[in-house]
Design a protein around this ligand. Structure first.
Ligand SMILES: NC(=O)c1ccc[n+]([C@@H]2O[C@H](COP(=O)([O-])OP(=O)(O)OC[C@H]3O[C@@H](n4cnc5c(N)ncnc54)[C@H](OP(=O)(O)O)[C@@H]3O)[C@@H](O)[C@H]2O)c1
Length: 332
């Protein structure tokens, strides 16, 4: 496993990290979840990503149990706040009250005294940015959070937060967690150039497009048994990528992967890691064998000719529009 700096910070993260959205506390049983975490640790993954909202807070509990007994200093634990964790108006968003209360819940569930990275899971239009950033800074000073970042913020929002932090002498954002894959490149036009200039690293999610880029979903055929597309909660998220045009073009990537001696999943993860602004690619897994397959993408170099072949195969199904980075106008 190779390691990268998280943005311009001093923190090193494994360039492939493991995330537990949809899986822990939901799609997969606890035993399988623990086996995936163990496989990740065995393969050299040190960075783990979760969120308060995953599986209605159960995902953090499962991860906390799975990591029990592992030396805390050898792990980087990331979690997030924003999406609702309860029914009340203050159980959501980025107010001082919700951030503080949610972090305390996350620390309890993860069975740790601090998280390495605390991320605003979307932009909250209903809270002054100064309030959110000051609260993050307070949590850093209390030692409960070591670094702060965001997820799916636009370049304008990240830039504004950095300016406020500089003016108020607050801790700066070191990372952004956007969706990024061969199929979804919306950060390249605006978020990445600003982030490169400002030292913000991308911790990218769904690098395998939730399994689509493994090639296991075939055009015109029902999804394979036991895959995310057949899961009641996971199925709704993946369904928008499961079009025949996308699936046909993904099949045409098979010879490119085969020529390189890579599995399709490895090619997909290696592709996002070619972008130097990416600090880590977060992979998900429902089975330990998937983790073992995906980690082999670490350190793989793809040359310009391969990247061009991929672009030619995918053609118009690649999404590049920066306006697709959005947060809800009202808190959910
Ligand atoms: N910040 C955000 O808003 C946000 C949003 C989404 C995700 N995330 C983070 O990013 C992490 C990863 O997201 P993701 O799970 O969508 O990523 P992904 O790595 O693109 O997809 C993971 C899923 O693809 C399938 N898969 C993975 N490797 C495979 C292989 N080698 N062979 C066959 N199937 C394979 C598995 O699903 P099946 O086996 O069930 O088919 C697995 O659960 C999440 O856990 C979370 O930490 C963040």
């Amino acid at each position: 496993m190779e390691f990268r700096h998280l943005g311009r910070s001093g923190l090193m993260v494994s360039e492939i990290s493991y995330g537990n959205w949809i899986t822990h506390g939901s799609q997969v049983e606890e035993d399988a979840a623990k086996q995936c975490v163990q496989a990740a640790l065995d393969e050299g993954i040190t960075t783990f990503d979760t969120a308060d909202v995953y599986a209605g807070t159960k995902a953090e509990e499962v991860l906390g149990r799975a990591l029990q007994g592992v030396r805390r200093e050898s792990l980087e634990i990331f979690t997030k706040v924003y999406w609702p964790t309860g029914k009340g108006p203050n159980d959501r968003g980025l107010s001082r009250k919700h951030i503080t209360e949610s972090l305390h819940g996350s620390l309890r569930r993860l069975q740790t005294d601090y998280v390495d990275l605390y991320q605003a899971h979307r932009f909250d239009y209903e809270t002054p940015l100064e309030e959110t950033l000051k609260t993050f800074d307070d949590l850093v000073r209390q030692g409960k959070v070591l670094y702060v970042g965001v997820s799916e913020w636009t370049a304008e929002q990240i830039g504004r937060a950095l300016k406020i932090a500089d003016e108020m002498g607050l801790d700066r954002l070191v990372s952004n967690q956007p969706q990024y894959s061969m199929l979804w490149r919306v950060i390249e036009a605006e978020v990445v150039p600003l982030s490169e200039k400002e030292g913000v690293g991308q911790v990218v999610f769904s690098p395998i497009a939730q399994g689509v880029l493994t090639g296991k979903y075939l055009p015109g055929q029902p999804p394979p048994e036991g895959s995310r597309a057949t899961d009641p909660s996971g199925g709704t998220f993946i369904s928008r990528v499961l079009t025949d045009d996308v699936l046909t073009r993904v099949q045409d990537l098979q010879p490119i992967a085969a020529d390189l001696g890579l599995s399709m999943a490895q090619l997909a993860v290696a592709w996002v890691l070619q972008n130097p602004n990416v600090s880590s690619a977060i992979v998900g897994a429902s089975r330990p064998g998937q983790v073992r397959d995906n980690v082999k993408a670490s350190g793989v170099k793809l040359d310009a000719e391969v990247l061009k072949k991929i672009d030619d195969v995918l053609g118009p199904v690649v999404e590049r529009d920066p306006s697709k980075t959005v947060s809800p106008e009202k808190r959910p």
